[in-house]
Design a protein around this ligand. Sequence first.
Ligand code: ADP
Ligand code: MG
Length: 149
Amino acid sequence: MMADEWLMDCESPEATERLAQRVARGLRGGEVISLEGDLGAGKTFFTRVLAHALGVVDNVASPTFVLQRIYAVQDGPVRTLFHYDVYRLEHYDELADLGFEEMPDDAVALVEWGGKFVSALPAGTVRIIFEVTGDEERRVQVLNAPAGW
Ligand SMILES: Nc1ncnc2c1ncn2[C@@H]1O[C@H](COP(=O)(O)OP(=O)(O)O)[C@@H](O)[C@H]1O
Ligand SMILES: [Mg+2]
């Protein structure tokens, strides 16, 4: 396995929380993360934990119907978290129209269902792929993880 590819078993929600907290610590701004996997796999759960680990105080809800939610981060290198859910989008252009490509350098974007548009997403996009392996178990693959995560 290449160093920038991880495969792990998150045998409980707490294990997924630890992963999200670890990813949050590694963020420097400018990252785009595609969250993939079936409905109920843990994409929103992961986002909620990561957001709170960064210091987002707002309630983090799925942007399924609104496409985009924007959260302010209190301090640290990341100042804004953009949370997308592109499940309902048919064309990548609809994401671009939301300003996705003009995000500030100190922002991070999490894109639920980003796998739909993976060839249109930036080259450095990190892919986190959740597979349901049991009621409380998820197999998680991280592709293109930056050095130091
Ligand atoms: N190991 C685990 N990792 C992540 N979520 C888990 C795990 N085990 C159970 N769950 C539950 O699975 C659900 C995932 O829901 P959600 O994050 O909304 O899915 P998605 O956004 O992928 O559709 C949550 O209710 C969460 O508590
Ligand atoms: Mg979701």
